[in-house]
Design a protein around this ligand. Sequence first.
Ligand SMILES: CC(C)(COP(=O)(O)OP(=O)(O)OC[C@H]1O[C@@H](n2cnc3c(N)ncnc32)[C@H](O)[C@@H]1OP(=O)(O)O)[C@@H](O)C(=O)NCCC(=O)NCCS
Length: 181
Amino acid sequence: MANNYIVKFTPEYEIDAPTTAQIAALLDESFPDTFDGRTYFKQLPHFRSLAFEGETVIGQAGVDHRVIRAGGKIIRIFGVIDLCVTPAHRGVGVAGDLLKQVESLALASNVDFLVLMGDVDTLYIANGFRRIDPAMTKWLAVEDVESVAVIERDLSDCFLVKPVRGESWPIGQIDMLGYLF
Ligand SMILES: CC(C)(COP(=O)(O)OP(=O)(O)OC[C@H]1O[C@@H](n2cnc3c(N)ncnc32)[C@H](O)[C@@H]1OP(=O)(O)O)[C@@H](O)C(=O)NCCC(=O)NCCS
């Protein structure tokens, strides 16, 4: 059970070596054969929401603070990246809690939407996210830690958003103004 943890927000540059090692292990366990020992897949996040039970990291979400273009409007987002919880602590709401705390920070921070890419919806729909469809999106493709191209594709199978202060998502083309988290 995971009823005795605290959630901390930490800028990426302040994360110490022992915590970095724990994050790398959690990511590797949660997304096997993906991270190659790194704590990021494409790029470092700006900060992380970390769930600690004592000194142990039991869950994490990277957060990218960014402006993107949607339907011709420039909007401020928190992009939620690589949300995961250690297997022993799954199913008791830690991931939902991490999402809620990121949303509270967004509300206090002049951020309009939470955005994430997720292919399994249950957790996100239960936490107030909805799919954007269509979601014709342009982004900087990064592969094996190298920029390869700017590509454009319909991401309606994974593009999820949650308004932070009641605004409607601007309909139209999306430009991530950077890599796709
Ligand atoms: C997905 C994950 C973060 C959920 O963490 P959690 O703390 O157990 O989540 P919560 O307890 O807050 O919510 C549980 C819900 O997550 C849903 N869920 C399980 N696996 C999921 C997945 N891979 N993606 C999305 N939702 C998932 C379940 O349907 C569950 O809902 P239910 O209890 O109504 O059935 C965790 O299972 C995990 O780390 N998985 C491996 C990494 C991963 O797939 N991350 C998501 C990337 S999009």
